[in-house]
Design a protein around this ligand. Structure first.
Ligand code: NI
Length: 199
């Protein structure tokens, strides 16, 4: 009787340990996946800046890149996020010199170089606008896991775009450092950037 009880107890313990082990492995595995996918955000790009100059990601090496994807016809979200980025840049003071703010359009059809040139200085003198061919924009959006599509039901020239809204901080090596969800305040953004760039 006692031996049988012990066997059952032992079997239960082994079962529990096994379950705990599997759960631990799953947690580790999930964490690892998150890290891997975060590290995979971003990549090389070839685009045209708002002065008409061809640029690539390599041109920004040595500086942090603060990147937002949106479009100039956006009625609300994009102007808000770009204003936040601009305010965060101002709050960074001299540290801002090490950060390049970038605005990449997800609406290359309408966001021509001339249009970007009119738009980006409204937010910050150092903000660089980037546009490109539809293929170039699709490629960079894919690398940064950006969702963008014409809003259903909109037609003609006055269409809206549905798009994800994140501000990415990339390192001087071009690798992913951090992401700020839409709605992050400038105070928090500047504080986090300062922590990340370690000054
Ligand atoms: Ni927008």
């Amino acid at each position: 009787m006692t031996a049988r009880f012990l066997r059952i107890a032992l079997a239960s313990l082994v079962g529990l340990a096994l379950a705990a082990g599997i759960a631990w492995w799953q947690v580790q595995h999930a964490t690892h996946q998150v890290e891997t996918s975060a590290a995979a955000v971003g990549g090389p790009f070839r685009l045209t800046d708002h002065t008409g100059k061809a640029v690539s990601d390599a041109d920004f090496r040595g500086r942090y890149m603060l990147i937002y994807f949106g479009y100039t016809f956006c009625p609300d979200v994009c102007p808000t996020e770009l204003s936040t980025m601009a305010a965060a840049m101002d709050k960074l003071g001299p540290d801002a010199d090490r950060v390049q703010p970038l605005f990449v359009t997800i609406d290359p059809e309408r966001d021509t170089v001339a249009h970007m040139a009119d738009y980006v200085p409204l937010f910050h003198p150092r903000l660089v606008g980037l546009t490109g061919t539809p293929d170039e924009i699709r490629a960079v959006a894919r690398e940064f896991r950006v969702y963008a599509a014409k809003a259903p039901g909109s037609s003609g020239e006055a269409y809206l775009m549905d798009h994800s809204s994140f501000v990415y901080l990339m390192g001087p090596d071009g690798k992913f450092v951090a992401v700020f969800p839409g709605g992050t305040g400038p105070e928090k953004m500047a504080g986090d950037i300062r922590k990340r760039i370690g000054s």
